[in-house]
Every structure is written in C-alpha cells, then in structure tokens.
Design a protein. Sequence first.
Lengths: 734, 223
Amino acid sequence: MTNHNWQFQTEQSLVENHGLKLDEFEKIVEGLGREPNLTELGIFSAMWNEHCSYKSSKFWLKKLPTSGERVVQGPGENAGVIDIDDGDVAVFKMESHNHPSFLEPYQGAATGVGGILRDVFTMGARPVANLNALRFGEPNHPKTKHLLSGVVSGIGGYGNCIGVPTVGGEVNFHPSYNGNILVNAMTVGIAKKDKIFYSAAAGIGNPVVYVGSKTGRDGIHGATMASAEFDEDSEDKKPTVQVGDPFTEKLLLEACLELMKEEAIIAIQDMGAAGLTSSSIEMASKGDVGLEIDLSKVPMRAQNMSAYELMLSESQERMLMVLDPSKEEMARDIFKKWDLEFEVIGKVTDTKRLILMMNGKEEASIPINILVEDAPEYQRDYIVEEPTPIKEYKSEDFDQNNILKDLNTMIMHPDLSSRKWIWEQYDHMVMADTVVRPGSDAAVVRVHGTNKGLAMSTDCSPVYCKHNPYEGGKHAVVETWRNIIASGALPIAITDCMNFGNPEKPEIMGQFVECIRGMGDACSKLNYPVVSGNVSLYNETNGEGIYPTPAIGGVGLIKDLSNVKTLSLKEDGNFLCVVGKTANHLGSSKYISIIQSKEEGGTPEINLDTELRNGNFVMDAINKKLIASAHDVGEGGILVAISEMCMSGNLGIIIEIETNFPHGYFFAEDQSRYLIEVSPNNYDKCQKLANNNDVHFEKIGIVGGDKISIKNIGDQHISALKRSFEKSIKQISQ
Amino acid sequence: MKSHVIVFPGSNCDRDVAVAIKNISGHQPQMVWHKETSIDKSDLIVVPGGFSYGDYLRCGAMASTSPIMQDVVKKAKEGVPVMGICNGFQILIESGLLDGALMRNSSLSFICRDILIKPKNQSSVFTKKTQVAKMPIAHNEGNFFVTSEQLKKIRDNDQIAFQYCDENGNVSEHSNPNGSLENIAGILNENKNVLGMMPHPERAAELAHGCEDGKTIFESILN
C-alpha cells in the first residue's frame, strides 16, 4: 500500500481511508506546520470531503444569480430567506440524502427530512411545509419495491410525527437510478424578518452551548461516505447511516423557537453532516473568532467515546449555540422544560483556532482558516458533449386510431400515474393551513393567521438533462416557475439540489457545468434567483453514473388566497384553451419512452422570452379573475394534462380542435405551455389580452360530460381513465 | 365559555384545534402543559392529536400517565365534556375513560385523506348537530377494536358516536378506511360526556380547508 514517495509518519492507508488525497494531506501538514493527529485528521477529512467543502462545484455555483429585490439571505447560510411582505419572510432549502437512503431507506429518508427541518428552524423559522424529489430505478428492478416503500414511510414517519405537513414533491423511475436512488428533501418555514438567526459566533468569552440529544457512535464518517462512489461492498457502510428521532426533534424545535423569542441567542448552527466538527467550525469561521471546546462535557450516549468519535458522530437532533451569558439560566430552564440536554461545552476565544480539550488534555488545535478558506477547491476538467440531435417526427409514422389506447398506457406508467398512494402516507394537512393539497401543479400553504399563501413545487426532468444538459437545466427551473404561476402565485426564488455522478470524470463535470449554465440563464431571465442549495456528487455504482439531476424547489407568493388556482376543471360549458405554441416536439417525450420504449429525438428547447411572456400572461389573467382553472403542460403533453384536469374535476371535455398530426399535437412536449379553463364570458377578454402580449392562445374544446371526446378519434370515460391512473405506484410497492 | 387544550410533548394538533375553537366560539382556549396538575373550571377539555411521546411504547400510553391526566379523568367523571381527537382518542382509551383499543390500520400504513362519517348516537352534546360529514383522517393506528361483550355494551348504551360511511350515509366495508370494527370512527363513554374520535374536525372547520363540515361538532358543544 505504501507509496515510495510517501514521506510522512502517518500511514498512507489511514489518509486514504479518510478520503483525502496525497496533495490534500500535504496541504494539511503545510498549514499546521506538523502532521495532524488522528482527531485532527478526522476533522480535516470531514471538512474537506465533497459534501461539506463543495470543492468541485464551488467555482461553478458562484455563477448562479443569487440576488433580487426579495432576497434577504442568499446561499451560504443554513437556508435561503425571501421577503413575503408585511415583515414576514419565507426560509427554505432542499438537501440530498441519497447515499444513506440507498443503504437504509427508512432511516436515510427520515434523517434527510430531519436535517432539512433543522436547517430551517435554526434560522428562527417555524417549518410549515415539507416537499421532496425522489428518483428510483426501474419499477421492476428487484430493489425498487423495498426502496420505494422504505423511503416513503421514512419521509412520512418523520414529517408526520414532528407535525409539519408534507405537501408536495415529485417521483421518477429510471434505470440510471438502479444503483443510486435520489432522496431530496425540502423544507419551507416562516419567520419575522427582524427575527432571523445566523451562525456567526461572537463575543469573546461567551458560552458555547450544546442542546438536543446525546451524542452516540452513529453516523461517524457519514459525510465522507456520501462523497464516495458505491461498489459491491457498500452494504457494509450501513453503520454510517444515522437513526432519526422525530419526537426529540419536535421538542428541539419547540424549545429553540421558545428561546428565540428572547434576546438570548447570539449564534446558532445545527449539527448536520459532520456533526460537531462542521457546526463549530462554521460558527467560528463566520464570526472570525476561535472556539475552545471541552469534549468531556458533551452529553454522551455511549461510554468511553474518544475525541475523534465525538467530533465525527452524526447523531441527530443536536444544535450548537453561542448564548448571551446573562441569559444562560433562562435558556437552561427552557430546555429542561422540554426534557432536552443543555450543556455549556466551551467558549468563544480570540485565538481564531479550534481547540479541543478532553479530560485536561489538548486533543486538537487547528487554525480555522486552514479548515475553511484554505479548503481545496478544484476547477475540474470538463467536456461538454454534443446534445442529442432533435428529430422531426411525421404524422404518417403514427396510427391516430391508437391515441386513446396510448393515453391509457401512458397514464398507467409509474412516471405519469397518480401519486396518491405516496401522499396519502404523508400527513399533508397538519397545521391546518394547507390550501392546495398534493396532486395539483404546486402546493399552497397559507401563512398562518393571514390571507396570503406560499406556493411551492419541486421539479426536474433527468432525461431532458441527459440529452441536453443546458436545456435540461433551464427546464428544471422553468417547470417550477410554471407550476407556481399556474397555482396563482408570483414565483420568487428557488433552492437547488444538484445530483450528479463522479465529478472527476470530465463528461460528468461537463453535465454539471452545462446544467448550471442553463439554470443560470433561466433564473436571470425570469428574475427567479437561487437562494440556497446543496450538491450531491459521486452518485455512481460500479462506475455507472446517474442521469444529471438538478432538482429545483421553487417558492412563490400568493398575496390574496382568493386567487388560488387548481388544475381541476370547474364547470360545464367553460372553454379549455391552450397558451403557447405546439410544434410537435416528441423527442425525449414520455410518449416516445413509454409507447416506443426509446430515448431519442433530443430535448425540447425553451425560448426564455416566450416563456416569460406566456407566464406573465397567465399571471395577469389570473389576477384579473379571467381563469377558472390552470395547469401547466408538462411531461406527456397536452392530452395527459387534459386528462389530469378532467380526472381531478370529475368532468369531461369535447375536444374540437383539428390537427393534421394528432400524435404530435396531443403528446408533444413543446415548452412554455399552459392549459387554462375560461368561462365563455371571459373568453374574448382572454383572447385580447393574449393578442396584446404576443401570446399564442387557442381554444381546444368545451368542458362537460363524463368523457374525453376527441373529434374524429373517439371517446374515453373519465371513470375508467381514473382507474388506470391510480393503479401503478401502489402495485410497485406490493 | 371556557375551554382547555392539553399539550403533551409531541402534540402537534394543539394549535389547530385551538384556532378552530377560537374561530367558532370567539373564545381563546387555555393551553395546559401536561406537567400541570389541575385544570380550572372548564366547559370543554380537548386532548389533541399528534404523537405524544413519539408514540413510543404504545400510542397514548405514556401521555395517559402525565400528571395532568389525573385531573382530566377526575373532571370527566364529574361530567365535564372531554374530547379526544386522533392521538387524543388513543390517550383517552389508555387512561381508561373510553372502551376498546386502537390497532394499526388494516393497510399497515399511515393514511391521510378525507373520509365521511355520520353520527350513530344523535343526542350527545358532541353529535346532536352533525349529519353525514366530510373531514380528514391522518393516522397509523385508528383501527378500532372491542371485545364482543364490550361491543354489545356500547351498542346497547348508544355509545357509538360516529361511523365511517359513504356519501349517502351507508355504512359499508367499502367506506371503512382502516379496518375499524363496525366502521367505528368515534365512541362515547357511558355518560356521553367523553368523546374519542379518529377524524380531525379541526381540519375541516373553515372555507380555506375546502370543507367546513367539522364545525358542527364544535358548535354543538361550544354554543
């Protein structure tokens, strides 16, 4: 194992087992002026892994637009913060828990939810909604059943118990996730703008306080595991998965929010990935101070824990804070009331070092800046591959007699079918402020005690990203923007969760770079900045990477809840109209993948000018009360979108529009389109508004009856369609 | 009108029910921490939903031994109306105020969705104003069970408060979401002043919820 160039006392294998490269180790030695001891090596390993240091992605992430008139806090804190008027702010972030969820789906998913909830309430916000973005392997892959059931019950188990509604999300199935599922969890919270809490430690001599659960040996090296590829032996990594306790987190949430009402907390940071290490270093670095911690004071669950174990444990439901010393007793009483640990474990110092003591012995002494500012940052080599060329399809290649049969097959497919089996396992109504439940374009949650609400949606189309990462990156952003608009809200900002393969491979890095470029262009054009996010790389098993998956979570504001729209058709006799042009782009569509079992034809392109015009038109029409229901046209195309509106509203439609390429018209995935239901009285006003704004607008049909009737093609009963729609996801789990 | 809502560690519908009571009665209920030992004079005590003590050991079991529960039991025996919703129902069973047991749903999974219920008992302070009503359930352990002797007793004594039903009020297997015996969604004690129910009327109590059917249960007791 020993390399002949190795010139250090420390064993080379020990360094490698900590996920550190030779040049990174040299950098540590240079920074410290000596070789690190084991505890210090563990700390560097935890801080410099991909998950905590963003070493491959930082350079590119800086290119994303992160500011805007409503942005109160962009990336860099525990979560992003946006202004939602009246002194209120929304605090949100999405984070991955992919590797642990593959190893142990229930606990992996549960602790993913727990972690993101803590990120939000650390900032002083009460969490009001959870969402998620999930990717599994093929529906019939032997692992999918177990992983799907485990992840769904894990998300439910945590969210239901803590009492935060899980209101939305998305789920996809694709072979590229057979060996690496993705579990991305998002939390949205609400706080007062003048009561936001940050992580910068301050005040030399102030107490550093540990609260929450005791520290055990679970999750040691979790973040390092999450920064490596999987192979056949990965099952052995199960002990690195943490175990969640939502009940303790509920107590921690209430205790923290109770304490936050007082002027007691100077800085607060949750102990997430890399536990006590990252939280203490983060606080010291942000505050440009030092911390001295006596590890023997840390509340322990196991006996004889070493400094190394205490620093690297990822035991859940813990927080670190710096308190105003005069409020220490009051704070202690609050945590005592909630039966939680409260221990002063150290103090803020002016040394700008992290000094760890244990039983009177110094276990580590590291200058903070070496750990943070001097952390490795790479501009990895990348290759941008040619996007899959766009294919022109012709009407004569399709049999129009099959349209309704194809529709049935498509909505029975797990990628397009009802997600009811999933969301019925999530309490999506606790807190009694859920206005639009799961199943519509965006979920809407009322801001408690007001008549305004937040609309939120998660989205990404990995197939689009694979075949054209630039357009795919644009699409993921724009899809959430559309969903939020269709629900009646003004889109404000996004959080992103960048899930990719091994960044050391230039083609994977190329996907990352291109997705970022697409996202950035869309965000800039739509004035829809990124306020928080997370990167998950090395999603590979035996060298096979996942499809590029930049999952986006968007948040919008509805100033008046009477403007909320859902996708359910509302009334007989109304007109159903389509906003945006259909140009028969079937490439990379669900039609091609489900009916023809192919992945070909290229990703649809998005013209951001058209996108902006069409979106603004729908927003305007909703605010002018011209629209009865709205739905964005997404995967599956117009006919799938119409079916969703019919099934949700239990109403049929007579489709009158004539087309010479029915498959193209009904299943194409051209972008920037919406379906809107308009009463006959408002039709002319809508048409005029569209004309004035250079928006393509056409009537498709008339709402009514109990079937979808397509002129010259045939009829499909809604009730039968619904039976097909609700079957497949449940079947996977059985 | 004075009402009280008990708060246990892990309660998570305490605020929701307090908001519903405030909206319907105009009076703010008093929140009572579980470590307290007595409740002031009260016209209604609510044991709210949630996951008291994380549902550890057995749903409701640990909460039923909280200090405040001695006084809740005492007040219930004196005739004060006591209402347990969801986890509150589980707690009232564990405290011995109500008969039966709540087992895991027959589907073995958590269920959150709208269901329909109708009152069987039509004269109690809780049920007298309600007809077929829509409201959500959200639970893992709502599968009601009693022994056949107990069932006979609660039937004969008109203690079945609510049953799961369909739009037309038919009680059938099809309208039973969780496997409960006789579709029982809620029961009363012998004196009809203690109600336990799995559905959440506080989540169907204003227009923004999309349904207001749950209001009548509060209205009948609060006015």
